[in-house]
Each structure stands twice: as structure tokens, then as C-alpha cells.
Design a protein around this ligand. Structure first.
Ligand code: NAD
Length: 280
């Protein structure tokens, strides 16, 4: 693609930039709001690098991947990118502002993509001049390890845009699924339905935490049970996702009072030390 830009050097942006740099010869440039914000980005590159070394990659090669990535706080420096992937906060207005600014600097041929986990692609794209070259590229955390990229097509996304991004994903060793622009896309919608039901089973006394998780692990061959996965994602994040799916689809996604109480009481999963399991 020549040069690829990533906007936002947080958890996902740094994962995406690191992975792209490890798989492609192309120049990778990452954009953040301030020089200070890059401290966290660099730490995450370091962590991804160490994990790659553990998986058997030579240290020198990993250092080359990291050193190849350029940093900028000026969006104008993304002007010659043929692809820019945005991975900033999950907020419609913030994302729309970024795409308006990006369109003002990149060429009409560039593809713009968002890593949103739930906002409508058509809605983000409604402020754009070229929504036909705009697409959702939903990477999963941790990006260097997780195989999936869920592509989401907005109402105006062209087939050519989907094909170009699908080719790129193959080059970077990811598997693609394509979803139309519905709330929760494929993975979040189906996954959350299961997670809501798992919490309801716990709440209604159908079974204990371990039995629910082991039932799903052994019965469906999932690597992790739904309650352990919720702890990993964070119960506050889970509650927000379920609330927004509930608004769209109703009963199936109604957040359980148990989940609400746990979040109110600071039991947020791994990040707080306690959730459905105790990590302290
Ligand atoms: P994060 O909070 O770790 O990172 C967001 C980064 O964006 C911050 O470093 C912030 O400084 C930067 N930023 C904010 N405004 C900016 C701007 N105007 N220009 C440049 N940078 C800006 O968030 P994250 O977890 O990396 O999530 C990013 C996106 O990816 C969100 O849309 C989220 O829903 C989605 N997502 C997250 C996950 C996950 O597991 N965390 C998984 C899939 C998708």
C-alpha cells in the first residue's frame, strides 16, 4: 500500500501498527494527540515485541519492526497514506471529526477505515465526501495474536474497497469475515447474546460460575467460558455493550441486575481484581 497510517496509539492502534509493521515492507506511521501519549504506545510496542521474541522471533528482527514505525502528532503527515486505520476512543463525534480532517489531507484514492467495535459505519461515514472508500476493520485484542478481522460494510462501501482490504488482511496473515452494518456486527452480537444468558443462568441459580464456564468450554469446545471472557473484557465495558445492544434489539440483551450491581460495586473483572472470579 506504500504508506499506512494508524490514528490513535492506544491498546488497539499500537497493536495494529505493530502487526502491520511485522508483516509488511510498507512504511507505517502512527498519529496521536500529543508526544506524551506516545509513551504508552512505545510501552505497548515493547510488550508486543517481547511476546514475539517468546514466540521465537529474533530480537533484531523485532527491533526492526518497531524502529520502522514513524510517529506524528500532525495529521497532515498522513497525506501520502493510501490507507489510514482509525483506532481512537469509541465516540461517534470524535471519529467523525478525525475522518473529516483525514479526507481534507489524503488523496481521493485512499481508503479510510475504522476499528470501531460497535458504532455504525454508515453513521460515521455520513460526514464523509467519499464513504464508498470507507470501511470498518474490526481487529481483536491482542492484535498480533488474534486471527480475525471483521470487515463491516457501510451503506456506501464499494466492493473495490472490500476487495482491497481483504487482500491486505490476507497479506498480514489475518482471516476475514464480512458483516453488514448492524449493531454488534457478527461477533459482538452473537457473543453478547451468550454472555447475557450466562449471567442470567448464574443469577437464577441454574448453576455455579465454574459449571457454566466448563459447560460451554467442554460442550462447545470454546477455549474460555463466557463468564471468564466477560472478566477479561471488563464488566463495565460489557455493561455498556449490552446496554447499547438492548436499545437496538430488546429483551435478549437486557443487562442483568446482577451485572449492574457488580459494576456499581467496583467488581469489574480482571482489571479490578474481582469479577465472576477472584484474581487477587
Ligand atoms: P484506547 O483508549 O486504548 O486508545 C485510544 C487512543 O486514541 C488514545 O491513546 C488516545 O490518546 C488516542 N486519541 C484520542 N483522540 C485522538 C485523536 N483525535 N487523534 C489521535 N489519537 C487520538 O482505546 P482502544 O481500546 O485502543 O480502542 C480503540 C478503538 O478500538 C475503539 O473504537 C474501540 O471500541 C475499538 N476496539 C477495542 C477493542 C479492545 O479490546 N480494547 C477491541 C476491538 C475494537
Amino acid at each position: 500500500m506504500g504508506k499506512i497510517g494508524v490514528v490513535g496509539g492506544g491498546l488497539m492502534g499500537s497493536g495494529i501498527a505493530f502487526h502491520l509493521s511485522s508483516q509488511l515492507e510498507d512504511r507505517i506511521i502512527i498519529h496521536e494527540v500529543s508526544e506524551e501519549a506516545f509513551a504508552g504506545t512505545r510501552q505497548r510496542f515493547d510488550r508486543f515485541g517481547k511476546n514475539a521474541i517468546k514466540r521465537g522471533v529474533e530480537e533484531e528482527i523485532v527491533n526492526n519492526w518497531i524502529n520502522k514505525i514513524e510517529y506524528t502528532t500532525s495529521i497532515e503527515e498522513l497525506a501520502d497514506c493510501s490507507l489510514v486505520i482509525e483506532a481512537v476512543y469509541e465516540n461517534l463525534q470524535v471519529k467523525q471529526e478525525i475522518f473529516k480532517k483525514l479526507e481534507a489531507v489524503v488523496s481521493d484514492k485512499a481508503i479510510l477505515a475504522t476499528n470501531t467495535s460497535g458504532i455504525s459505519i454508515s453513521e460515521i461515514g455520513s460526514v464523509m465526501k467519499h464513504p464508498e472508500r470507507f470501511i470498518g476493520t474490526h481487529f481483536f485484542n491482542p492484535v498480533p495474536v488474534m486471527k480475525l478481522v471483521e470487515l463491516i460494510t457501510g451503506i456506501h462501501t464499494q466492493q473495490e474497497t472490500i476487495d482491497e482490504i481483504r487482500n491486505l488482511c490476507e497479506k498480514i496473515n489475518k482471516e476475514v469475515v464480512v458483516s453488514n452494518d448492524f449493531p454488534g456486527f457478527i461477533v459482538t452480537r452473537i457473543g453478547q447474546a451468550m454472555m447475557c444468558e450466562a449471567v442470567r443462568c448464574l443469577e437464577q441459580g441454574v448453576a455455579m460460575v465454574e459449571d457454566i464456564d466448563n459447560g460451554m468450554k467442554l460442550g462447545y469446545n470454546y477455549p474460555m467460558g463466557p463468564l471468564a471472557l466477560m472478566d477479561l473484557i471488563g464488566l463495565d465495558t460489557e455493561l455498556k455493550i449490552q446496554q447499547s445492544l438492548f436499545e437496538e434489539f430488546g429483551e435478549v440483551f437486557r443487562p442483568s441486575p446482577l451485572l449492574k450491581n457488580m459494576v456499581a460495586g467496583g467488581l469489574l473483572g480482571r482489571k479490578s481484581g474481582r469479577g465472576f472470579y477472584n484474581y487477587e
